[in-house]
Ligand binder design. Structure first.
Ligand SMILES: NC(=O)c1ccc[n+]([C@@H]2O[C@H](COP(=O)([O-])OP(=O)(O)OC[C@H]3O[C@@H](n4cnc5c(N)ncnc54)[C@H](OP(=O)(O)O)[C@@H]3O)[C@@H](O)[C@H]2O)c1
Length: 310
């Protein structure tokens, strides 16, 4: 049975613990709500990363207002981009500095690179949306882990669809350019990009958990969350109507959803045995492509090659 995160969080307080939480993609939507939830629990430092300074400043004001009276929160906005490797490496450096000597206790990644059904290349020759959704999550987790920027026992958590599999995925065609050239429809491309993202995210989270067992790397599906900029018109073909209906019938607000990842991160480590969860916090296995160790090995080599060693 999935835990009742809202109820469990009523008994959680971070006030005396001197923890640092960093929320990437924290200026809007789920990320901003996660940052607010950390502030409410009395987290002593909350760092928000994103491109939009004005929205970042507004979130910082919320954090100060929400912190418990006896435990003021130290807040910081780090402005940055995640659309190519140069900007990802600069972001890792800035976040390591923001984490300071004590290091980062919680790193939550919510940056959005939604599939577009097409391909728009970034400076490295990768599809831009894929770079934001997947390569940047790998880059930050990998660089901050291997550069020693994480505090002892730290947890890294990524919010993006989990558990799907694009069985035909090749690490030589991560942007799916060859796949698109076969003449598939925009709807098929969108669905395959979504399965590709899930396969890649599952695969490197599993590798991170195997290679760096001193830390915990989580991957959680959001399901449908009505973030401020959620737009059904971004979904191609008939998917638009399904998403429209789903949003009306079963979506949650960012504040409701944010309790789930924050519960996973702040509950006693021994009580959280899984690493991968659906949108109701039921443990969910990684997808078929990611479960194959040969695929994970090939992907790891490719991603380290793209991002560069620390
Ligand atoms: N909401 C849902 O129902 C849903 C469903 C499935 C998957 N997801 C996934 O869940 C995650 C969070 O979704 P959300 O609805 O909360 O998204 P959102 O409201 O659109 O927020 C996305 C965040 O990503 C940041 N961002 C976007 N592009 C960036 C870039 N190039 N560099 C740095 N930061 C960037 C934005 O900040 P700035 O604009 O300040 O840069 C913003 O803080 C996303 O990965 C999304 O794909 C969401």
């Amino acid at each position: 049975m999935s835990p009742n995160a809202a109820k469990a969080l009523q008994t959680v307080s971070l006030t005396a613990q001197r923890k640092t939480a960093i929320v990437v993609g924290g200026t809007l939507g789920i990320g901003a709500a996660v940052a607010r939830q950390f502030a409410k629990l009395g987290c002593s430092r909350v760092v928000v990363f994103g491109r939009n300074q004005a929205r970042g400043a507004a979130v910082l004001e919320d954090l100060k207002r929400l912190a418990p009276g006896d435990s003021p929160v130290q807040v910081e906005f780090v402005k940055g981009e995640l659309s190519d490797v140069q900007s990802m490496r600069a972001a890792a450096e800035a976040l390591q500095q923001a984490g300071g000597e004590a290091g980062i206790d919680y790193l939550v990644m919510c940056q959005k690179g939604l599939p577009t059904a097409t391909i728009s290349e970034n400076a490295d020759g990768y599809d831009m949306a894929f770079a934001i959704q997947c390569i940047s999550r790998f880059a930050l987790a990998y660089l901050l882990t291997t550069r020693g920027a994480l505090a002892p026992g730290a947890a890294v958590l990524s919010i993006a669809d989990q558990g799907q599999s694009f069985d035909a995925l090749s690490v030589d065609d991560l942007s799916l350019a060859r796949h698109l050239a076969t003449g598939i429809s925009p709807t098929t491309m969108f669905l395959d990009q979504s399965k590709r993202d899930s396969s890649v995210l599952d695969a490197f989270h599993e590798e991170l958990n195997i290679r760096y067992p001193q830390y915990r790397y989580f991957h959680l599906s959001p399901g449908l969350v009505s973030s401020e900029q959620f737009d059904v018109n971004k979904f191609p073909g008939f998917l638009k109507y399904g998403v429209w209906l789903g949003q009306r019938l079963m979506s949650s607000t960012p504040a409701q959803y944010a309790m789930l990842p924050v519960y996973i991160l702040t509950a006693p480590a021994a009580s959280i045995t899984g690493r991968y969860f659906d949108s109701k916090l039921n443990p969910k296995p990684i997808g078929k492509w990611a479960a194959d160790a040969r695929n994970r090995e090939a992907l790891w080599g490719r991603l380290v090659g793209v991002v560069g060693e620390n």
